[in-house]
Design a protein around this ligand. Structure first.
Ligand SMILES: Cc1ncc(COP(=O)(O)O)c(C=O)c1O
Length: 391
């Protein structure tokens, strides 16, 4: 293990702080390292592996597509992409979709739609975007520019111009930033990297109303909180609103890199041929993964499991808060939970690893729980027992 880690540190650009664990394979809720140590996983590879690891049906679907056709380019059609588009649009209440390779890439496309929407309306390039403080939308330059956390941006300036930041969950602060040039409001329905903060009902409905009144595109980043994680397929459905654009990734492929930009209403028909593209987008393997995920979510009744397990986890965590003074607050929606501590989370996360449990941080003081959506009560019991011990 140590030899591999030394090699990794030499060979990789050191963009990541990795834990000294080398994962080898997975099965259901469990991951195994190269020495055979078993970990119960409450991280899902940062909200990706909703179906857990090595799901036999997901694997079979992917294997079938690998045998048939891996890539076509967007010069041609392929059936998996068309099927995946139908399923995505129906599940997200969208009209049209553009498939990408990652979340950040989908955010870039959504920014371009917002800019062109303004350009078509006013024939100028002054379109302004309102984004939220403490947000996170990815690491590419556009996504970074709408990420409301200076630490991520600082060494990479200048950022894109015409971007303003409002306070998340403060409707008045959004209102104050709106001008005749505002073309889009970006928000995560549940802020993930910023510390697990769900939007309030008042805020999200208020943003929807402001967007309707001013003909601004409401753009929901559901890259982390979507795909069933919060108890509906997309978290905005819990609030009974529909954005003009939804941006998805992570759980969409359950392990295969794929993202999506969904559009409806004012956002549909903005991009024309030649405006945007990506070689791998709509790739048959990636879109076969999307079809498989929607089908298996349905077959396994994933949303009912998420809702049942959320109720159980909420009950267990609310008891833990009362017992452990190091816990400041537990927040979140569905199976996206943040346990904020009065102390830095790192040593607790490492202590859980020693006990064979993987959780991930959000910021410095929050233990983030993003279990695979197939989690059962017995797994929650194991987690809570370990938390009780280490906290
Ligand atoms: C809310 C949100 N938006 C965007 C991204 C960027 O996605 P990706 O890492 O696939 O580029 C992330 C990644 O963590 C995210 O959580």
């Amino acid at each position: 293990m140590n030899r591999y880690i030394q090699e990794a540190n030499q060979q990789f650009i050191s963009a990541y702080n990795r834990y000294p664990i080398i994962l080898d394979h997975g099965e259901g809720m469990y991951l195994y390292d190269i020495d055979g140590k078993r970990y119960l996983d409450f991280g899902s590879g940062i909200g990706v592996c909703g179906l857990g690891y090595h799901d036999p049906n997901h694997t079979r679907m992917l294997q079938g597509q690998i045998e048939k056709l891996l890539h076509t380019s967007n010069l041609f059609y392929n059936v998996p992409a068309i099927e995946a588009a139908k399923q995505f649009n129906q599940a997200a209440n969208m009209e049209q979709v553009f498939f990408t390779n990652s979340g950040a890439e989908a955010i870039e496309g959504a920014i371009k739609i917002a800019k062109k929407y303004h350009f078509l309306k006013y024939k100028n390039k002054n379109g302004e975007i309102i984004a939220m403080k403490k947000s996170f939308h990815g690491r590419s330059m556009g996504a970074l520019s709408i990420t409301g956390q200076e630490a991520y941006q600082e060494p990479f300036g200048p950022m894109l111009p015409h971007i303003k930041f409002a306070e998340f969950n403060d409707l008045e602060s959004v209102k104050q930033l709106i001008t005749e040039n505002t073309c889009a409001i970006f928000l995560e329905t549940v802020q993930g990297e910023g510390g697990i903060y769900p939007a309030t009902d008042f805020f999200i409905k208020g943003v929807r109303q402001l967007c309707d009144e001013h003909k601004i595109l409401m753009i929901s980043d559901e890259i982390q909180c979507g795909m069933g994680r919060c108890g509906q397929m997309f978290a905005y459905q819990i609030y009974n609103i529909v954005p003009d654009i939804v941006v998805s990734a992570k759980g969409l492929g359950c392990g295969i890199p794929v993202g999506a930009i969904g559009t409806r209403g004012l956002a549909t028909g903005i991009l024309n041929a030649g405006d945007h593209g990506t070689t791998y987008g709509s790739n048959p393997l990636a879109t076969a993964a999307v079809i498989s995920v929607f089908n298996l979510y349905n077959q396994y009744r994933i949303l009912s499991n998420v809702n049942a397990m959320t109720a159980y986890l909420d009950k267990e965590l609310s008891e833990l808060v009362l017992q452990k003074t190091v816990i400041k607050e537990v927040r979140g929606l569905g199976l996206m939970k943040g346990i904020e501590l009065f102390a830095p989370a790192t040593s607790y996360i490492k202590a859980l690893q020693e006990l064979g449990i993987i959780v991930i941080p959000s910021g410095t003081h929050v233990i983030r729980l993003l279990p695979p959506l197939i989690v059962q009560k017995e797994h929650i019991d194991m987690l809570v027992q370990a938390l009780r011990k280490i906290l």
